[in-house]
Ligand binder design. Structure first.
Ligand code: ZN
Length: 333
């Protein structure tokens, strides 16, 4: 575990060397003189919430996109632009996820570190996808996301060197928890019968998850939520549901349910009953302060309800129920 973490730090160190140098050259004041927390703004909360844990009291980390917000479509508001302009460091995911924010973020990059953390991963780690060079939903693989977060940690250390030891120690502790999450997901997904490992959901956000844990993943909409699902695609999926006897399909908290409902009705018309297996967190996390409002809680929730709905088993309370120390108050899966 320690070795894996060190290795991801080493990879990230090489990948962000240029960013770190930039941050050192442009730091407003010497680290020893810093008398207030570093101000950090992120686009999606899947970056912001882990970094808040890792930053401790060294940085104030805010995320622009809240519960249920779709990053493919999100346009920055005036208050977002003001918040970004006041930030010392900005993190986004990149790979065209925040498609409507690229210009705003590009302009900010002239005056402070602005890091697309998923773009710091080696291209060979990324999935190709029809219609786009890379699938942006990297956070669905906690091992890849750990490496992307490690790149962000290096940028934080470069911007606030006096806090370096603390950032690294808290990151190591957090990354151990990600390793535990990964092992939990692997166990519960492996409990799904081999013939039932097909996940049909609203849009193509789960390919990294499927690739890591051995699930067939089918999104009704494509990689981005910008396009509409065609009728032919829906009819083809209905045929697949009937043919494979797939018992459940899934909705997503940040995508409208209507296409998923069309599938259920289509399957019913052919005499096959499909239920909604639950709502998955895909591009947005749950409510701040809840377990699903954390990155680990979001993936715990997804893995736990997928396993149960597709005929596998998951412990009561999911991963949250297994953790020795209470991490966050709030709902359990
Ligand atoms: Zn998406």
């Amino acid at each position: 575990m320690r070795q894996a973490t060190d290795r991801s730090f080493a990879i990230a160190a090489r990948l962000v060397a240029a960013t770190a140098l930039f941050a050192l050259l442009t730091a407003a004041s010497p680290a020893s003189a810093r008398d207030r927390p570093l101000t950090v703004v992120t686009t999606i909360a899947q970056i912001g919430e882990p970094l808040r844990t890792i930053a401790g009291d060294r940085a104030e980390v805010k995320s622009l996109l809240g519960e249920g917000v779709d990053p493919h479509l999100y346009r920055p508001t005036r208050s977002d632009v003001a918040m970004l302009a006041a930030a010392e460091v900005v993190f986004w995911s990149g790979l065209n996820l925040e498609a409507q924010m690229k210009d705003t973020l590009g302009r900010l990059a002239a005056t402070r570190p602005v890091v697309a953390i998923a773009e710091r991963l080696p291209p060979s780690a990324l999935l190709a996808t029809p219609g786009a060079p890379h699938d942006p939903h990297v956070w669905m693989d906690p091992d890849l996301w750990r490496q992307a977060l490690a790149a962000a940690v290096y940028t934080l250390v470069a911007a606030d060197p006096a806090g370096g030891e603390g950032y690294r120690a808290r990151a190591q502790a957090y990354f151990v928890r990600l390793t535990e999450l990964d092992a939990y997901i692997r166990t519960v997904i492996a409990s799904i019968p081999a013939g039932a490992r097909t996940v049909v959901t609203a849009h193509d956000a789960f390919n990294y998850f499927g690739a890591r844990y051995g699930l067939d993943v089918i999104g009704i909409q494509g990689i981005s939520t910008e396009g509409e699902a065609g009728l032919a695609a829906v009819e083809g999926l209905v045929a697949l549901l009937v043919e494979r006897r797939i018992p459940a399909v899934f909705v997503e908290t940040s995508v409208p349910e209507r296409h998923v409902r069309a599938l259920i009705e289509g399957a019913a018309a052919r005499g096959h009953t499909v239920v909604i297996g639950g709502a998955l967190y895909s591009d947005a996390m749950g409510a701040p302060g809840s377990w699903e409002g954390t990155y680990i809680g979001m993936l715990d929730h997804n893995a736990t309800i997928l396993a149960r709905a597709l005929g596998g088993t998951a412990p009561a309370g999911g991963l949250a129920g297994r953790l020795a120390a209470p991490i966050q108050q709030g709902g359990r899966p």
